[in-house]
Structures are given as structure tokens and as C-alpha cells.
Write a protein that binds this ligand. Sequence first.
Ligand SMILES: Cc1ncc(C[n+]2csc(CCOP(=O)(O)OP(=O)(O)O)c2C)c(N)n1
Ligand SMILES: [Mg+2]
Length: 404
Amino acid sequence: MSQPQAWNPADPRSRPSREQVLAGLRGTDAGGPELVQLLSPEGVRLSDQRFDGYAEDVDTAALQALYRDMVLVRRADREANALQRQGQLGIWVPLLGQEAAQVGAGRAMAPQDMAFPSYREHGVAWCRDIDPTELLGIFRGTDNGSWDPIATRFNLYTIVIGNQCLNAAGYAMGQRFEGKVGDGPDAEATMCFFGDGATSQGDVHEGFVWAAAYDAPVVFYCQNNQWAISVPLERQTRVPLYERAQGYGFPGIRVDGNDVLACLAVSRWALEECRTGNGPVLIEAFTYRMDAHTTSDDPSRYRLADELELWKLKDPIERVRVNLVREHHTDQSFFDEVAAEADDLAARLREFCLAMPDPAPDRMFAEVYAEPSPLVEAQRAEFLAYHASFADGPLAGSSSGQGA
Ligand SMILES: Cc1ncc(C[n+]2csc(CCOP(=O)(O)OP(=O)(O)O)c2C)c(N)n1
Ligand SMILES: [Mg+2]
């Protein structure tokens, strides 16, 4: 058999080898495509001519603030994970390992920008001033999301994979139609968060097409954590995800998703592009999901433990800690204060969770439709009558009106 020709991307008849495809997908390995990085995994500040300007205001205090964000977000995540294990939450979706990707993007957003999350964006929620206690209701099954998406500029979590890309594209088209794109300080953009697996969904492609056709001010922010539950990235694509943007006609860029400074700088650039009318932009934040997909998943069934060990060396929080000590002379008292604050947050989260009241059993019939519905009302009455037929009486806490 003849040897395959070397890959020449300019020659339509040549194809990349399997090795070349895989090298392209793994951005942090030698031979992978370029990755914007401002902090190395060892905590050394790196220079990137294109993006240094977007992080030049990050002084010691600002870097400490980013560190604090990530530590508190991780602590809340770990506590919620433990609460699920103890039966207090039905499910939890861990963000472990993705703190930098989320805090960098979240802190790049201006108050007037709008976010469309999936279900793992607890770190972005934190940056939109949503207290972690407000996330618990969805995972305890007591509400559908307790924050106000308009007031917080952070939409409700979306479980249907990729669907929020349509919502975000449409919202961003609205921002453009209403003249909210421009040079003024009030100019707006939208940021849409989704995973690597979501890029295989039609909704994401449709979102890209509409956003491109209408020059919509939306930053598509893909956290490539390399797994879609048990499906690895190489089962989903033959090109690095950021390169796909080219096919839709807008820029795509890959950033080290474990580098909070780079995520901040690249997101600031992308949001500025969008606010000033040069959107959309695709960012691929290359990161790793260090925990299970959800608490219902067991990653030891499908991935090797040494992969996790490798990524522990690229921990997003540790590299900032090292940089703060070495290059900003931050002393131990700062780290102790943040650790104490994290413990307080965890205790508050736990206390709040244990005290959450159970909703009335017929709560599930409320808010099915915006308007009262005779059909839903009949079902609710039947449900209550059925439970009232038991010898020990009706269910405790049943409410008596529609919309309880
Ligand atoms: C439309 C749709 N199909 C399937 C699922 C089941 N599902 C839940 S999460 C998930 C994988 C998503 O992976 P990715 O987009 O990489 O995001 P990650 O969970 O890794 O953050 C799937 C297939 C779903 N929620 N919605
Ligand atoms: Mg994923």
C-alpha cells in the first residue's frame, strides 16, 4: 500500500491523517493549533501581543479578585455536590475545572450585556451577582429557576442541549434591530454558553447561521471540556471547534480555558467586537471537566484516570495562586482570608439548602401556561381528589389556588 501524501490544507485532494486530526483537536499538546495563553500552567505571566492590552488593567488587587471568585465558586460547587450525595439535591452538575473559563468570561461582561447559559454555568451566575443559594431550587426540584433573567441579565438554565444558541442569536438580533450596537458606553452584546457536544446539535448551527447573516452582537462561548457525558471530542468533529467559525463567516479563536486572564482578555475583545458591530465571534475555551458530567454519571466507566491527573497539573486556580505569590508578592494572610470566606459560603449554602421548604404537591400544575388553563386545572383537581381519598387524608401542604 502506498504511503498517504503529506497533508496540504491548500490542496482539496489531500486529507489530514488521523494523527494530524487528533493533534488539531488537542490544543495544549505540541503540534496543536495556537492557543491564547497569558498565564502558563506553572503560573508564569506570558505575553501575547494581541491580547495583553485587554488585561493590562489587571493589577494585584484585580488578580486577587479573580482568584477569590474562582475559589468561592469552586467551594460552592463542591458543597452542592456533597449535598446531592447526602440526598438533599436530586442532581448536581459540577463545574470543577471550568472555573477560569467561566469567571474570565463572566467578569468580561458589562452589566448591560445578556448571558444565555446552559446548565453548568454556576461561575458565570456568580459573576452576574446570583447568589449560589439561588441555584439550588432547580437541582432540588422546588422551582424552575429563582432568579430574574431580566434584572440579572442572565437567562434561566437551559437543559436542552444547544437550544440557548437560538435564543441568544435571536436576542442579539433584537439588540441590533433596537440600535443597541455602537460606540457608546451603553452598547450591548450577548454571550451564549454551550459545550463541545452541543456543537453537534442543529440548534447551534442555526444560531451561527442567523447570527452571521444578521451581524448579531453575540459571542458564542464554547467550553470545550473534551467530553459530552461519555463521548469524547474526537467522536464529534474532525476540525478544532474554533475553526468552524470560518465556515459561517465570523472569527473563531481558541483560548486556554484554564487561564482566567486569557479568558478575560479574549472575552473582553470579543464582546467589544460585538458591541461595536463586528459580531458574531466564536470562542473555544479549551478546558477539562475534572468531575463527572453530573452526579448521576460515573466517568471511571469511560475515561482513564491518568487523563485527570494530567489536567490537575493545569488547575485553573493553582496557577493564579502561584502567580500571585511569585509575581505579586501576595502573602499567606490573603489566601487564609479567602479560604475562611469559602468555608462561610459553604456553611451558608448548606444551611439554606436544609431549610428549603418543600413546595405544595400540586405545585407541578402551576405555571404550565402563562394563562390559567381549564385542562390543567381539571388535572390538578383530579390529583388533589385522588390524594384526598387516602385514609390518612390529603397531602400535606396542598395549595388551594392556581399559580401557587
Ligand atoms: C437535545 C438534547 N439531547 C440530549 C440531551 C442529553 N444530554 C445532556 S448533557 C449532554 C452532553 C452535553 O455535552 P457538552 O455540550 O459537551 O456539555 P458539557 O455537559 O460537557 O458541559 C447530553 C447529550 C439533552 N439534554 N438535550
Ligand atoms: Mg463537554
